[in-house]
Ligand binder design. Sequence first.
Ligand SMILES: [Zn+2]
Length: 140
Amino acid sequence: MSNRNIYTLPTLLIVAVMTMFASGCSTIDHNLTQEKGVKIKILDVSNSIYVSSANVHEKNNKVVISGFIKKTSPSSGRIRGHVDINVIDPDGKIIAEKTVLPYPGNSQPNARISRFSAFLDMTPPPGSVVLVAAHKGSHS
Ligand SMILES: [Zn+2]
């Protein structure tokens, strides 16, 4: 009888830890390009700024597209412009369109690199392509 009691506490601990892992699953960061076959394509549309890297993650059940913008020349002044994000499904339909401003803004006035991030309302299906382009000015 005493042997049984020895195993009770460790068993409860294992169950508790496993429950924590199971319920914490949604907070795990998923890289959609590696895990879900979503592709990223960076478009070169400006001769003064460009997207140097971008990725798609699913975190806390939200899809986040984030990356960096750089200047092509080492001129002073902060990076101006914005990032256009288009998500195209495997059938060629545009399923999401976002325009986001890079940050930081005024905190680093001479930054040659800026971050950007955008949230999507849905998870792109496998085979989707995320088009990312940075440029100055407005859309005409
Ligand atoms: Zn634009």
